[in-house]
Design a protein around this ligand. Structure first.
Ligand SMILES: [Zn+2]
Length: 423
């Protein structure tokens, strides 16, 4: 964030609210005429959002502390401090402005509120989701920034290893059956799903997507926005889509057993079904579906593949330097023999805000069930049996993909450890 301009605007907001106070004391009512056409707070909101969008932040956090408000941005998945002591007086005006923009009640400070508004910068529209929550130091505010009609990636841009890309492409080309993208929130699974879908969009294909909300727009595809709260549910929409003569159906997320069951039925009756699920890895996804009450024979008959994914930060290209893999890092990557191996690390520079990382890449694992794995499911054997069987078939887990990308200098062992083991 350009600190100078930010502080200048903060001072202007303070001066304007002082002016307003003086004129109120003099004339009785708040004299709006004394204020310029675009108030300082409007400029401050514009500037703050504009900067966050420009640097590619996904969220802005405003956290009241004892003597000021801390502002942090989420960049490449992690929070970074931008301002430590944003004056509470200015924050109050800032928060009111956000509440007005998102049609929330500005006078309500004791209850959490949520809303949204859209923000345009250089012709690009961003949907801003607003959430407030009363805390002991005042209301906190989180703004989530969702680019309107996010970029649809091509498969070759997803950072898949050569083997994984070949398996992924083969899965997309299957004429029917279920393909699942799995991973926690913010692991890029929707990006991969849409990259898969983009390979299928053509004049001959009939594709229907169900999403809540629609994040990516694709030409030639029928996109339906599902509203689980008080509107069209995934399950209800899916029942109708089956009558729309679609070849390929995208179920944005399999949130419940009914949706999962309907998705499998669609896959069984000759449709290609793409979906996402919040799960840790490819093998455990199978057991999540069985726990949802799906029949093992149905799953074995329809499941074509599962792609599990995580995003790791990429070593900053501006300040990268050679480093040696430590014993601990080699151990974390599952191969002690790699200690001392040459890898890359970011020293930290202005381009990466001193973090040594800039942008992100994905780690993937692709599970393609064969007869051996289907047998494990049909016989009702557990997760460890499936993992064993997958390994036998040459399945390369996320850790192996991470190891390969560390050795290629794309990311670091710390990053792989952070996303796979949380530390
Ligand atoms: Zn750097």
């Amino acid at each position: 964030m350009a600190t100078g301009r930010f502080h200048q605007l903060v001072q202007q907001v303070l001066r304007e609210s002082e002016l307003q106070r003086v004129s109120m004391r003099a004339g009785g009512s708040a004299s709006v005429r004394a204020l310029p056409a675009v108030s300082a707070v409007e400029r401050l909101v514009d500037f703050t959002l504009g900067e966050a969008v420009a640097e590619g932040a996904s969220d802005l956090h405003f956290e009241p502390q004892a003597d000021g408000v801390r502002i942090r941005v989420r960049l490449d998945g992690l929070l970074q401090l931008r301002h430590e002591l944003f004056p509470k007086k200015v924050y109050a005006v800032f928060l009111s402005r956000i509440k007005v923009l998102s049609r929330l009640d500005p006078s309500e400070q004791r209850r959490p509120q949520d809303g949204h508004f859209s923000f345009t910068r250089e012709g690009k529209e961003t949907d801003v989701r607003v959430a407030t929550m009363p805390t002991i130091e005042g209301e906190c505010l989180v703004l989530r920034l969702l680019a309107h009609g996010g970029k649809v990636w091509r498969i070759e841009e997803l950072g898949l290893s050569e083997e994984n890309e070949a398996s992924f492409r083969a899965l997309c080309a299957q004429p029917s059956g279920l393909l699942i993208m799995s991973g926690p929130m913010g692991s890029g699974k929707s990006s991969s799903l849409y990259a898969a879908l983009a390979t299928l969009a053509s004049e001959q294909a009939s594709i229907v997507t169900l999403d809540d909300p629609v994040e990516y727009r694709l030409a030639g595809v029928t996109q339906v926005e599902v509203r689980e709260e008080g509107g069209l549910s995934f399950a209800e929409a899916l029942r109708h889509v089956l009558r729309l003569d679609a070849d390929t159906i995208v179920v944005g997320e399999m949130r419940d057993a009914v949706t999962a069951e309907l998705s499998l039925q669609a896959a069984l009756t000759g449709h290609r079904v793409f979906t996402t699920l919040h799960t840790e890895d490819a093998c455990s996804t199978v057991y999540r579906l069985l726990d949802m009450g799906l029949a093992p024979y149905l799953l074995a008959a329809t499941l074509k593949g599962i792609v599990a994914q995580r995003l790791v930060r990429r070593v900053c290209p501006e300040c990268r330097e050679e480093a040696e893999l430590s014993d601990a890092d080699a151990l974390a990557l599952g191969n002690e023999a790699l200690a001392g191996h040459r890898v890359q690390r970011g020293r930290g520079c202005p381009a990466c805000h001193g973090t040594g990382y800039r942008g992100r890449i994905a780690l993937q694992e692709v599970l393609v069930p064969d007869d051996g794995m289907r047998g494990v499911v049909l016989r009702g054997e557990g997760l460890s049996a499936l993992r064993r069987e997958a390994r036998r078939a040459g399945f390369r887990p996320l850790l192996a993909d991470g190891r390969q990308k560390v050795l290629a200098g794309l990311t670091t062992a710390e990053e792989v450890r952070r996303v796979l083991y949380g530390g």
